[in-house]
Design a protein around this ligand. Structure first.
Ligand SMILES: *[C@@H]1O[C@H](CO)[C@@H](O)[C@H](O)[C@H]1NC(C)=O
Ligand SMILES: *[C@@H]1O[C@H](CO)[C@@H](O)[C@H](O)[C@H]1NC(C)=O
Ligand SMILES: *[C@@H]1O[C@H](CO)[C@@H](O)[C@H](O)[C@H]1NC(C)=O
Ligand SMILES: *[C@@H]1O[C@H](CO)[C@@H](O)[C@H](O)[C@H]1NC(C)=O
Ligand SMILES: *[C@@H]1O[C@H](CO)[C@@H](O)[C@H](O)[C@H]1NC(C)=O
Ligand SMILES: *[C@@H]1O[C@H](CO)[C@@H](O)[C@H](O)[C@H]1NC(C)=O
Length: 337
């Protein structure tokens, strides 16, 4: 296990392409973090959503989309990931082999590569990403308009000079950003669109239950049926959004077993219906309002226990009957023969 400092997360995520409302902006981004000289982890993002994660010390990569699992979709995902990773590998090797740079202690090398395109009214590359970070700070990046690598710190200058004088490297990254990545993003987004149309829309429910023994009332928000991504559920009291510090509890994202996931958030509330509560998909348009009804749970745990105690006895009787039945049958069989 390794611990990634907050800054490094910020480096990785700070420019992850926001999920736009427009269907016409699409992006691919591969993010990489070297944890030792030989090992790294990576995540591939499509339109700002993580679609797989990979660790160089484990063989299997789990794609989070059905279209990536077989056939042409699988091949597309495979090549998208492989060509993106080639860019990282070149830098990782060069930077970690550089005499002036040492991967020791808490040092972390990161990379991000990809492109963002807009399709409306015509195809246009809006952003490109080819960057390395060292200990959470910018280190070396490719300026797509100048077609030059640019060092952000002195220790990156030797690599900058070397790469800028190597036309193969410049051509290679330009071809990747300008052509391959654009092709991959266009093809992936058509698979994404198809799959999202097949995916059911999430549902949200907000209900309160009173527990008989304690008299406590717990208000639960259940959002279910979304694709298993980093869903955030907003829970509001009047106009305020509630957080963990307000006593909000979360189950975390759990699979439903059908490829979709659910997330439950709950809150102990007072035994009154005066406050108004609302919950739903954060930044989404799906929200539900609490109807103010408190359901009394009529579960009597002591009675339930009695029933459970009966179960072994019933089972025992059934077994006796079975043995008896088999014995009689066998008896009959032997007499007939
Ligand atoms: C990608 O394709 C290569 C070559 O066809 C194959 O060796 C590799 O296992 C594939 N990777 C995945 C993740 O399917
Ligand atoms: C890339 O180079 C252009 C032209 O020199 C410059 O205007 C632009 O700011 C540079 N981009 C970045 C991200 O540094
Ligand atoms: C680009 O560079 C990568 C890694 O250095 C290499 O595997 C790939 O073949 C190159 N692609 C082209 C088109 O030159
Ligand atoms: C909560 O309120 C209901 C009616 O509003 C009442 O019947 C019940 O006794 C109250 N429970 C507690 C524990 O205060
Ligand atoms: C999921 O989203 C929450 C809130 O936006 C964020 O704090 C958390 O780091 C995210 N987790 C991942 C794995 O992206
Ligand atoms: C909410 O958004 C979804 C897609 O994001 C859309 O299909 C639906 O019509 C919207 N509902 C309302 C009430 O705006």
């Amino acid at each position: 296990m390794f611990i990634v400092h907050r800054n490094f997360i910020i480096f990785l995520l700070s420019i992850i392409v926001r999920r736009t409302d427009s269907d016409e902006v699409h992006s691919i981004l591969g993010t990489y973090t070297a944890v030792t000289r030989y090992e790294f982890t990576s995540v591939l993002w499509l339109d700002g959503e993580a679609v797989d994660s990979y660790s160089s010390d484990s063989a299997a990569i789990m794609p989070m989309r059905n279209w990536m699992r077989e056939g042409d979709g699988h091949d597309l995902w495979n090549i998208t990931r492989r060509l993106n990773m080639e860019q990282w590998d070149r830098g990782r090797t060069a930077i970690l082999n550089d005499k002036g740079i040492r991967m020791a202690g808490a040092a972390v090398l990161q990379g991000r590569f990809g492109c963002e395109i807009e399709l409306n009214p015509y195809l246009r590359i809006t952003r490109t990403f080819a960057q390395f970070g060292w200990n959470g700070e910018d280190f070396l990046s490719f300026n797509f308009s100048r077609k030059k690598w640019e060092a952000s710190v002195g220790s990156a200058v030797p690599i900058e000079t070397k790469w800028n004088s190597d036309t193969d490297i410049i051509k290679n990254i330009t071809f990747y950003l300008d052509f391959l990545c654009v092709r991959h993003v266009m093809r992936s987004s058509s698979y994404e669109e198809k799959e999202s149309q097949e995916t059911p829309q999430p549902t949200a429910a907000l209900f309160a239950k009173r527990y008989p023994n304690t008299g406590k009332v717990i208000l639960t928000c259940l959002v279910s049926g979304f694709r298993c991504i980093n869903m955030t559920v907003g829970f509001y009291r009047d106009k305020d959004i509630l957080a963990e510090k307000d006593g909000l509890l979360s189950t975390g994202i759990r699979p439903n077993g059908d490829g979709t996931c659910q997330l439950r958030k709950s809150l102990y509330i007072s035994n009154s219906t005066e406050e108004s509560y609302r919950c739903g998909v954060h930044f989404g348009n799906l929200t539900v309002k609490w109807d103010g009804k408190i359901w009394d749970l009529a579960v009597d745990h002591s009675k339930r226990h009695h029933y459970w105690l009966l179960a072994p006895i019933v089972l025992f009787i059934l077994m006796l009957m079975l043995i008896w039945f088999t014995a009689v049958k066998q008896d009959k069989f032997t007499t007939e023969v």
